[in-house]
Design a protein around this ligand. Structure first.
Ligand SMILES: [Zn+2]
Length: 112
């Protein structure tokens, strides 16, 4: 005598929005002009560079052997794509060294 008619689903009336999710939406609105140069091409070039030059240049100068994780532009490219892609302007740095460089560069700019 027990009929489960009370669980008739009304959930099906909910609109399904899952199929409309854009895979790029996670970065929508986050992109700056500087980051536009850091696309897929850069990710690949950067990975290849680190593989060929795995050690932090600054640590190497100090006699330390540290695995680098950042490809730094020796001369800040400031949007100059020639400078950006010039391998002669690239060096591998570890995270801490890169932070020091960036801070130094910023303070240098502020002194101008
Ligand atoms: Zn370092």
């Amino acid at each position: 005598m027990s009929r489960l008619t009370s669980l008739k689903s009304s959930l099906q009336s909910q609109p399904s929005k899952l199929s409309t999710i854009n895979p790029d939406s996670w970065r929508a609105g986050k992109e700056t002009s500087a980051q536009r140069g850091y696309g897929y091409k850069w990710q690949k070039a950067r990975a290849a560079w680190i593989e060929a030059h795995p050690l932090c240049e600054y640590c190497k100068r100090e006699g330390r052997v540290t695995a680098g994780s950042v490809v730094d532009h020796i001369t800040p490219h400031q949007g100059d794509m020639t400078l950006f892609w010039a391998r002669t302007n690239w060096q591998t740095l570890c995270g801490p060294c890169h932070n020091v460089v960036k801070k130094t560069e910023e303070s240098r700019l502020l002194d101008l």
